[in-house]
Design a binder for this molecule. Structure first.
Ligand code: GLV
Length: 309
C-alpha cells in the first residue's frame, strides 16, 4: 500500500505515519513523483496531485475543515474522503476561545485601551455566570469548546442545524433556535464549517439581534462572517459600537490583505489562522486508523461533498 502525503511538514508526517503503518510505503508527494497512491493524506494539495491517480482508494484531509479540498478542481469524484475529528485540535481550540472570552469578560480589551492613555481605572467585575456564550457549530470541535466553557462556569448555548444534546449546554437548532440564542449571548463563537448554508451566517441581521455590547470570536472560517456588516456593527474605532469587539483567526482571504480595514480597527484582534493547528502526534494515530479501516473495508464516516462536511 502506498500512502502519499502532501502538507507543510510532510517529512514529519511521513515518519509518524510510517511508524503507525509498518506495512505501507509512506512518501511525500515530492518523493512519490508520478507513482500513484492508494491513499492520499493531504492539506490544501495542488490540483495536479490528483492527476494520474489510477488506483486511489481514499483521501484523508489533514484538518477539520474540508472546504479547501472540496473546492479543489482536481478532486476525483467517487473516492471516499475522510477528515480529522478533534484529533488533538479541540483542546487547542478550547484554549484559544477561553483566551478570547476572558479577554472580553475580564475587560482586558478595555485595560489595554486604557494603557495607551496611561489610565489606571478598574472596571466592575462581571461574574462568569452573567456572561452567556453562544457557540455556533457543535461538531467534534464546537462541542468540545462548548463543554469546556460550561465547565469553566459560563452559561453556554450551542447551535447546530439539526437538534443535538450536550451535557451542561443549552442546545438550540434551526432558524428559530438561532434567533433565540443570539438574543441572549455576550460572546458569540463561530465554529461552523464553510458550506452553502453557513456562508455569511453572521451578517447585518444576525449582528443586529445580538445584545448591545456583545463580542465575537471567529476561529472557524472567514466565510461565516459578512466583513462589511461586521465593520459596520463595530462602528468607528474611537468609541465602542453595538459590537464591542472581535477576535478573528480566519478570513475569506488568507493571509489577510494588508489593506483590509480589520487590521487597523482598534477593537479587532487578529491572529493568523493559528487557533488549532493539527498536532501531528495525536492526528497521526487517527490518520493511520482511518487508512487501516478504509483498507479493511470497515464502516468509516466519510464526507458528504453535497453537504460540504
Ligand atoms: C483548520 O483550519 C482546519 O480545518 O483544520
Amino acid at each position: 500500500m502506498r500512502v502519499v502525503v502532501h502538507t507543510d511538514d510532510a517529512d514529519t508526517w511521513c515518519q509518524a505515519l510510517a511508524r503507525r503503518l509498518p506495512d505501507a510505503e509512506v512518501v511525500t508527494s515530492e518523493a512519490a513523483g508520478d507513482a500513484p497512491a492508494d491513499y492520499l493524506a493531504v492539506w490544501k494539495p495542488p490540483a495536479s496531485l490528483f492527476e494520474g491517480q489510477s488506483r486511489l482508494k481514499g483521501i484523508v484531509n489533514l484538518g477539520a475543515g474540508v472546504d479547501a479540498l472540496l473546492h479543489n478542481p482536481g478532486l476525483p469524484r467517487g473516492v471516499p474522503i475522510v477528515k480529522l475529528r478533534d484529533a488533538g485540535m479541540a483542546p487547542l481550540m478550547a484554549d484559544y476561545v477561553r483566551f478570547g472570552v476572558l479577554y472580553f469578560q475580564r475587560d482586558f480589551d478595555r485595560y489595554f485601551a486604557q494603557q495607551t492613555h496611561g489610565t489606571w481605572r478598574e472596571q466592575p467585575l462581571i461574574d462568569k455566570a452573567d456572561w452567556p456564550i453562544g457557540v455556533l457549530g457543535l461538531g467534534a470541535i464546537g462541542a468540545h469548546v462548548a463543554r469546556a466553557l460550561a465547565e469553566d462556569g459560563f452559561p453556554v448555548h450551542g447551535w447546530s442545524r439539526s437538534a443535538k444534546s450536550l451535557d451542561g449546554v443549552t442546545c438550540h437548532h434551526g432558524e428559530a433556535g438561532l434567533s433565540e440564542l443570539l438574543a441572549g449571548v455576550r460572546t458569540l463563537v463561530t465554529l461552523l464549517p464553510d458550506t452553502d448554508s453557513t456562508r455569511g451566517i453572521v451578517n447585518a441581521g444576525t449582528l443586529s439581534r445580538l445584545p448591545e455590547g456583545a463580542t465575537l470570536i471567529n476561529p472557524g472560517r472567514g466565510s461565516l462572517i459578512d466583513e462589511a456588516a461586521l465593520l459596520d456593527a463595530l462602528g468607528p474605532g474611537d468609541k465602542e459600537g453595538r459590537l464591542r469587539g472581535a477576535l478573528l483567526d480566519a478570513f475569506t482571504e488568507e493571509p489577510l490583505p494588508r489593506d483590509n480595514p480589520l487590521w487597523a480597527h482598534p477593537r479587532v484582534r487578529i491572529t493568523p489562522h493559528m487557533a488549532a493547528p493539527t498536532p501531528v502526534r495525536d492526528a497521526a494515530d487517527q490518520v493511520a486508523e482511518l487508512i487501516r479501516a478504509l483498507d479493511a473495508g470497515e464502516d468509516v464516516e466519510t464526507i458528504d461533498p453535497g453537504a460540504g462536511y
